[in-house]
Design a protein around this ligand. Structure first.
Ligand code: FES
Length: 185
């Protein structure tokens, strides 16, 4: 049955940060991609993986930091069906299926989530409380296997921790950083 909630180790997504570096997820994403040619799609993909969709405020901030006009960003997100402009659920649960997480059983975690929420990957619960998605490496493989909910990471999970994560979400009520004041300049 229930085991101690490993998610007590939950942490924010932490990419290796040099001393005077990024203060938030958008800055992290912009810094990661802005010097790479043709990287706007990858940056937007990164953003959506972390928060589940492309919020307008985040798109504006990302555009400013990458030197890309908002109109260009909207051209991209409206052209590709993959991108979502609205939150698909209050809590976007992203199960990492990157190599490190996969080796440590994240596919079983995902299956457990599907069972608990009674939705398939890529779907939202009828009440829009949860949206379940699989994502590729979130850049903190040392914490595998992990699940990110609105940018908050539940780390070093056991393969049968799905229910615990969902219970934990109701306690933590993680809000997408993109919805927080601090991400809006
Ligand atoms: S493989 Fe999951 S964080 Fe890298």
């Amino acid at each position: 049955m229930s085991t101690p909630i490993d998610v007590a180790t939950s942490v924010k997504i932490v990419a290796p940060k040099p001393a005077a570096e990024p203060k938030d997820e958008i800055t992290l994403i912009a810094n990661k991609w802005k010097m790479k040619r043709g990287s706007l799609i990858m940056a937007l993909h990164d953003l959506q993986s972390r928060v589940g969709y492309v919020p307008r405020e985040s798109a504006m901030k990302l555009g400013r930091q990458m030197g890309v006009p908002l109109a260009r960003i909207y051209e991209v997100v409206t052209f590709y069906n993959y991108f979502k402009l609205e939150a698909p659920g209050k809590y976007v649960i992203s199960v990492c299926l990157g190599t490190a997480c996969h080796i440590k059983g994240s596919a079983e975690l995902l299956a457990g989530m599907e069972k608990e929420l009674q939705v398939h990957e890529g779907q939202s619960t009828p009440d829009k409380e949860y949206h379940l998605q699989a994502v590729r490496c979130l850049g903190c493989c040392g914490l595998a296997p992990l699940v990110s909910v609105n940018g908050k990471v539940y780390a070093k999970l056991k393969t049968d921790d799905s229910r615990h994560v969902i219970e934990r979400i109701q306690i933590d009520k993680p809000m997408a950083e993109a919805d927080q004041e601090e991400l809006v300049d």
